[in-house]
Design a protein around this ligand. Sequence first.
Ligand SMILES: [Fe+2]
Length: 214
Amino acid sequence: MLSIENAKKLIEELKEREIILGRKPETWFTYENHIMGVANVAKKIASKIDGMNIGEVYVSAMLHDICRTEEDRKQRFHGILGYEKLKDIDEKSARSALLHMFPWNKLPEYEKCSKMFFYKQEDYDFVADFIKKHETTDEDLLIQLADSLANKDGIVTLEQRAKEYSERHGVELPQEVIEPRYKLKSYFDIKAGCEIYSLLQNSYNEQLKQDKER
Ligand SMILES: [Fe+2]
């Protein structure tokens, strides 16, 4: 497993590379708000569940989008790129990168998701084969939920994300997208023995305070 220090180093290196490639440094906070939001959500939930390795979950969450910014340039699904980058240094983080976009490790049919995620059939086949060969773990599910609970501003609720989507696109977020995520939340409400949003309440309040100060 990668240490938190080393995971942070990978993110720093990514930031430096992106800036060389033309990213404006003052926009980097949107990426950081997301990944650190996901990491903090995952950590808070993991700390309520017996047997979860909080450090491991935190690192995996932090790195799940390590190749997100490369997707367009390389024309390949960022989950695959992340998996390839991490597989020899941290197997669990590599796995989270690969599976984080597919709630309950369920892959839609190729025709349905090729436009959204996959540029190549062989990448789709790789994910499908990986899912077939590996049993779903709570860590997979936790990163999938946490990824839905943080956006470019930081930690948000599923309801806020759905609202943002409909405001931006003028249509409701499709049921097949939102439904599995609500199910993930219910699953972890039970596992954690409390309502997940109540664990995140302080984070919402902190963010509201920061927003007001901005
Ligand atoms: Fe993400």
